[in-house]
Design a protein around this ligand. Structure first.
Ligand code: SIN
Length: 300
């Protein structure tokens, strides 16, 4: 790991997450962006504090990491179609919050976002932290036998649990400050390798999550549940996680290819608003995939 010349990077836990300081996100040259990108790859999630940005400046910062992702099922901001306002009003008590279960963003898409960037706008005086889990470490700490069993497996992802037409994981979506768009489209199923190879670092991670991974290919939901629950329990050991305390003007940027995250809902009676942008990703590929198929996916 070489040193950073343009930024200061301080890990916030032994396994995932680092705070980046001595940087003004309004004013970045190519070398500084490259160092931020390196810190992001090395730490899976990076955090910035006290960034005085307007929304257009925030969008411009995000645009330096790639084209924006596609935002389905949630109405984006009227003026800024690339931004979702993640919002729970003080009056929304005893409700389920957006992002309040462990997940990787939009993993049901054929090309799920490589990164998500989130900015604190109106943060409660306490609570509303976000937790992150290192899915590369989760993979690496499995036994060799378990790795061999799971490497060829394909997981089926779908948006139907939160955004489908049946009962929603998000509870009563009509009563939320956020506009949730439920649809038949959310029942579509997409296949991704259970073990994913990171296209930039080459590392392998578990690419499954409790919200969008509905079963394993060739197995019933019941049979899949046993394996998936075991993998989730293993992945969510405290030692593989970090927890971020938000303030207004804080920014987090995480790698959806090798992390899950979870928004805590422990601030009833207070308003919480953050602005979220995703960066478009690639079709996930895994180590069990023939090389020609992997090359084909990478060139899409
Ligand atoms: C999300 O899941 O993208 C939102 C996370 C948060 O609100 O902390």
């Amino acid at each position: 790991m070489s040193e950073y010349k343009r930024i200061t990077v301080a890990p916030i836990s032994g396994t995932i997450g680092a705070e980046i300081s001595d940087v003004d996100l309004k004013d970045l040259d190519k070398e500084t962006i490259a160092e931020i990108r390196r810190a992001f790859l090395e730490n899976t999630v990076v955090f910035f504090r006290d960034q005085e940005l307007t929304t257009p400046e925030y969008i411009s910062f995000a645009s330096q990491f790639g084209p924006f992702g596609v935002e389905p099922y949630v109405k984006t901001m009227d003026e800024y179609p690339e931004v979702i306002a993640v919002l729970k009003e003080a009056s929304e008590v005893k409700t389920i919050n957006f992002g309040g279960q462990w997940h990787s963003d939009w993993s049901f898409q054929q090309c799920p976002p490589l990164a998500t960037i989130l900015r604190g706008i109106d943060i409660p005086p306490y609570g509303g932290d976000t937790l992150f889990a290192n899915m590369t470490l989760a993979y690496e700490t499995l036994s060799d036998g378990m790795k061999q069993i799971i490497e060829p497996l394909i997981a089926i992802h779908s948006a139907r649990r939160p955004y489908g037409t049946g009962k929603s994981l998000l509870g009563d979506t009509d009563k939320k400050a956020m506009t949730i768009i439920r649809s038949e489209d959310a029942h579509e199923e997409i296949e991704h390798p259970l073990v994913r190879t990171h296209p930039e670092t080459g590392e392998k991670s578990l690419y499954v999550n409790p919200v969008y991974t509905i079963r394993l290919k060739g197995m019933s939901e019941g049979d899949s549940r046993e394996i998936l629950q075991k993998l989730f329990k293993h992945s969510l050991q405290e030692a593989f996680t970090c927890r971020f305390r938000w303030h207004n003007k804080s920014i987090a940027m995480w790698d959806n290819r090798c992390a899950m995250h979870f928004a805590l809902n422990d601030y009833d009676g207070f308003r919480r608003e953050l602005h979220r942008i995703t960066i478009a990703g690639e079709i996930p590929f895994g180590p069990a995939m023939p090389k020609e198929e992997r090359d084909r996916l990478q060139s899409v």
